[in-house]
Design a protein around this ligand. Structure first.
Ligand SMILES: Nc1nc2c(ncn2[C@@H]2O[C@H](COP(=O)(O)OP(=O)(O)OP(=O)(O)O)[C@@H](O)[C@H]2O)c(=O)[nH]1
Length: 598
């Protein structure tokens, strides 16, 4: 156990976390030439394409130092706030962290939020000044910033380049010398933390764990504490680029477990694995059930594909436990599902996976948060509203509550004014302002979650010229003056376009929605009035004028291939249209409310 080191890499996005991980694997000879591929740890196609780490993974390296063989377990962490619970679990499985800071960009918001998480878990922090090869690098100044932040000595900061290989050996030495060996007692009952799980269509759910106490043996009967279920450990092993089955995994080490579980929901990140016959009395603390934060409708473009969509969603759920869905129907869109996601990125990922892996063409409706409505008949019992069209008749509504968050934003002092006006526009109330250094300011706000769901990230990036990082935690429900704005096309209400908004913004949003829809809905053979309404009161109106001439006419007599191309294009465009009454609505229109400020 003395020869094991468990560590993670934490960094602000794009500071070089994945590149550094690749370089460490390379240097320790943990990958063969054939396996070499950029960003090895990001094994999902989607991850590689987007250049972000979606799911955390673990990998074991062996390294000889001063004649002794060491096992270094690198636990990778996802970088997006939607998956922050997974970051916190990965961090809890380590004793040390490499804090990677870009030598040109210095400390950024996520550097700090991840650092706090690591410090809360008592991790040994090894600061790495990455990208020193860049001409724009500013090593002295950034080292000073790091020293200020951590209170460490300047010589503890390791200058490195994940690109050219500078400093990699020094990093490995620091991991061995500075990160403590795991503690724990092999004779105590098994106590292992689940920090990740991955679904494999052939083998079922693979659970990644870190043993705090005791040991796990192949064939042993084990128990998941949170779900209370027992299983047999059919296979256990350690993780390199491929899996290495083992007979025993002991205290301090990291490994994988296969039990034949076929449903991802049965394995929860943060749960404790213990022995079924001699269970531990102290499950590892801090387990929480992750709850969906954002809801949206997903409908098949072709109504006949509903059953196929259901089976695709069920399969997706088997490997993504954080996805929830219930069937719903919409007058405009027919049968579909109301789905719950961890955040906007998660929603995009699910939508893309449905299309890529299951070949489904779907229409997604405007995302919304989950509201609590209380009626005048029963002022005590909350009616959960996950879809704006489920809001009870306004005349019977006593009050509506919406989820609030505590938002933490770190930015440069120059942008404090901009960030504050943005947050206030988004109905935020400032609760604290702290200067971390003379240049960096931490602001905290109480804000409605619904305001973050829309264009908040993009706006924050713009007003701070990219220099603001953002994190949030839910702080419960609060009463708000919310109304439902309905949209009517050709005098017919389109339920999928309804949104719950704050009363003070309702008129502006209604007006912008009408204008945006006018842009997005193609002109047709007749005039189409677009109206926004609160209850029976129309608050805004636009008209899409009828087409006057045949657009394909100009192709007449032209090159046939050009015409075919045009028709092909039209067919493709059609795929994502939805006929509502006699109006064809394209997919973008259902998301119009997200783009009101473009
Ligand atoms: N010049 C230089 N570029 C680097 C170095 N390390 C990483 N990069 C580049 O910086 C960019 C971001 O690197 P990544 O490793 O993807 O960053 P990351 O922190 O893993 O990003 P996320 O996974 O999105 O959080 C890539 O284009 C890398 O090629 C370095 O030491 N020097």
């Amino acid at each position: 156990m003395k020869k094991i080191r468990n560590f993670c890499i934490i960094a602000h996005i794009d500071h070089g976390k994945s590149t550094l991980a690749d370089r460490l694997l390379d240097f320790t000879g943990s990958v063969t030439e054939r396996e070499k591929q950029d960003q090895l740890l990001d094994s999902m196609d989607l991850e590689r394409e987007r250049g972000i780490t979606i799911k955390s993974h673990a990998i074991q390296m062996e390294y000889e130092y001063q004649g002794e063989k060491y096992i270094l377990n690198l636990i990778d962490t996802p970088g997006h706030v939607d998956f922050s619970y997974e970051v916190s679990r990965s961090i809890a499985a380590c004793e040390g962290a490499l804090l990677v800071v870009d030598a040109a960009q210095s400390i950024q918001a996520q550097t700090i939020s991840n650092l706090y998480l690591a410090l809360e878990n008592d991790l040994e922090i090894i600061p790495v000044l990455n990208k020193v090869d860049l001409p724009s690098a500013n090593p002295e100044e950034v080292t000073d910033d790091i020293v200020d932040l951590l209170g460490c000595k300047p010589e503890e900061v390791i200058p490195a380049s994940a690109k050219t290989g500078i400093g990699i050996e020094a990093i490995l030495t620091a991991i061995i010398e500075r990160v403590p060996a795991p503690e724990g007692n092999v004779d105590e009952p098994l106590q292992a933390l689940v920090f990740d799980s991955v679904y494999n269509p052939f083998r079922g759910v693979e659970t990644y764990f870190r043993i705090k106490n005791g040991e796990i043996k192949k064939g042993q009967k084990i128990k998941f504490v949170a779900t209370g279920k027992d299983y047999y450990a059919d296979e256990i092993g350690t993780l390199k680029l491929t899996q290495f089955p083992k007979a025993t995994i002991s205290t301090g080490d990291v490994g994988y477990l296969i039990t034949g579980i076929k449903d991802a929901r049965e394995v929860k990140v943060g749960d404790t694995i213990t022995d079924a016959t001699k269970p531990t009395q102290n499950p590892i603390e801090g387990f929480e059930d992750v709850k969906p934060m954002v809801f949206a409708g997903i409908y098949p473009v072709d109504t006949e594909d509903f059953e196929e969509l259901r089976s695709s969603m069920e399969k997706l759920q088997l490997n993504d436990a954080s996805l929830v869905f219930t069937p719903e129907s919409s007058a405009a869109l027919g049968f579909g599902f109301r789905c719950g996601f961890l955040g906007m990125l998660h929603m995009e990922i699910i939508q893309e996976r449905l299309e890529r892996e299951f070949n489904m063409t779907v229409i997604t409706t405007v995302p919304n948060v989950s509201y609590h409505a209380y009626t005048t008949r029963d002022r005590e019992t909350a009616f959960i509203v996950n879809n704006p069209s489920d809001l009870p008749d306004p005349s019977t509504v006593d009050r509506v509550e919406e989820p609030y968050i505590k938002a933490t934003i770190i930015t440069k002092s120059d942008f404090v004014g901009n960030v504050m006006s943005l947050c206030i526009e988004k109905r935020g109330q400032i609760t604290n302002q702290t200067y971390l250094t003379t240049e960096r300011v931490e602001l905290t706000f109480d804000m409605p979650l619904a305001e973050i769901v829309f264009d908040f990230y993009d706006r924050l990036k713009t007003v701070s010229k990219g220099y603001a990082s953002f994190d949030y935690t839910p702080i419960g429900m609060r009463t708000s003056k919310l109304v439902r704005v309905d949209i009517l096309l050709n005098a017919q209400p389109v339920d999928a376009l309804s949104a719950l908004v704050h009363f003070d913004n309702a008129h502006t949003i209604g007006k912008k929605m009408c204008e945006k829809l006018k842009e997005l809905i193609p002109r047709q053979q007749f005039d189409i009035p677009i109206q926004a309404a609160i209850g029976s009161k129309i608050i805004s109106r636009e008209t899409i004028k009828a087409l006057r001439k045949d657009v394909t006419a100009k192709c007449y007599g032209g090159d046939i291939s050009r015409k075919r191309k045009l028709l092909e294009k039209q067919k493709k465009g059609k795929k994502r249209m939805r006929q509502v009454g006699n109006v064809e609505i394209p997919q973008q229109a259902f998301m119009a409310v997200l783009k009101l400020n473009d």
